[in-house]
Design a protein around this ligand. Structure first.
Ligand SMILES: [Zn+2]
Length: 375
């Protein structure tokens, strides 16, 4: 069975702007590091160049008027009511080709979905995907088109049960909202609490509504949460829910803005904790569509998604970064270090408080969500 890596250098034709934290170059850096480790030459790997989605494929979720506006601002100029749709200076800038980029990203996610559903393989990774904040008719949090939702909707149309696991530092609000009232998609989001971070939602009490009650799960972490508390919480909640729900496909948003040195967030994970979580997801997922997500330290992005791709392919990587990559990255400003870096020293007092808070959240989830989720 092959694993698909979906990518194109065409992403680099687009730019959110010189002061925007989301830098497209992080995708190229990731591709370069994966390549430098030889992880695209493995017999298990199929490289698939990204193909744009068609506009009608986005319309399964997004509002026609919103899509038509995105098409019109693709030239890079603002139009009359763009602001009402979340577009404009700030988080969701209007830049030349923004609709083209959205079509590429959503296209890659649909390619990943088709790859696993058509039986070509069990794992597919779209590092450009995971734009989980976009709403039906509104751009939000650097996201214009919600590729996870569009991908999951295709899975549903093909008769699949889907579990969505989102490990980005920000709550996966757009995906949760799209499936809040259905029991056909189980969404689980692990994120920094909405008290301290955008988008300010994702509290444990948000468990879904109607038929979907119990099928939206939120694990909000306090600032400075470290690996052990994070992985403990994951283990207490996620495996049991996946076993109860029995999905055909697991879709994951693998945002890497959870690390202690991410400039936008306050969680304190390391690549050691990230790797532990990735290995657990691999064991849990019968088929796995992996999408990228946030991550604003571009060198962390490259290292973490390379580690993720290695886990997907069952390869253990050397800690020393390949010389060719290291030279380039240091020139771009990376501190010299290895793939995972040094383990973090735990700050015990904070850790204990965070553990107590997460015990409370886990207890709440076990009481409210566990009895509701079934096959
Ligand atoms: Zn994020």
């Amino acid at each position: 069975m092959k694993n698909a890596f979906i990518y194109t250098d065409a992403y680099l034709d687009y730019d959110y702007g010189p002061t925007h934290p989301l830098r497209i170059i992080r995708l190229k850096l990731t591709y370069d590091l994966i390549n430098a480790y030889g992880l695209l030459d493995l017999p298990s790997v199929q490289f698939i160049p990204t193909i744009k989605a068609e506009e009608k494929e986005l319309a399964v979720f997004h509002d026609e008027e919103y899509l038509s506006l995105l098409r019109q601002v693709n030239e890079g100029f603002a139009l009359g009511d763009a602001y009402a749709y979340g577009l404009g200076p700030g988080d969701n800038p209007i830049f030349p080709g923004l609709f083209n980029l959205s079509l590429l990203v959503a296209g890659a996610t649909l390619q990943a979905i088709d790859f696993v559903v058509d039986g070509n393989g069990e794992i597919a990774f779209n590092i450009a995907g995971g734009l989980h904040h976009a709403m039906r008719s509104r751009a939000s949090g650097f996201c214009y088109v919600n590729d996870p939702v569009i991908g999951i909707m295709r899975l549903l149309r093909r008769g699949k049960r889907v579990a969505y696991i989102d490990i980005d530092a920000h709550h996966g609000d757009g995906v949760q909202k799209a499936f809040y009232d259905t029991d056909q998609v189980l969404t689980i989001s692990l994120h920094e609490t909405g008290y301290t971070l955008f988008p300010g939602t994702g509290f444990e009490s948000e468990i879904g509504e109607g038929k979907g009650e119990g099928y939206s799960v939120n694990l909000p972490f306090p600032p400075e949460t470290e690996d052990d508390v994070y992985v403990w919480t994951f283990d207490e909640v996620v495996p049991e829910l996946i076993h109860a729900f029995q999905p055909d496909v697991v879709v994951t948003q693998l945002g890497v803005d959870t690390f202690y040195d991410d400039p936008l967030t306050n969680l304190h994970l390391s690549l050691f904790g990230y790797e532990r979580v990735l290995k657990r997801i691999k064991d849990l997922a019968p088929k796995w569509v992996a999408l990228g997500g946030g991550g604003y330290n571009i060198f962390n992005v490259a290292r973490a998604w390379t580690l993720a791709w290695a886990v997907m392919n069952g390869v253990e990587l050397e800690e020393a970064l390949p010389e060719s990559f290291l030279k380039e990255a240091v020139k771009m400003g990376m501190e010299e270090r290895g793939l995972r870096g040094r383990p973090r020293t735990l700050r015990h007092s904070q850790n204990k408080e965070n553990r107590t808070e997460m015990e409370r959240v886990v207890h709440y989830i076990k009481r409210t969500v566990f009895p509701r989720v079934e096959e």
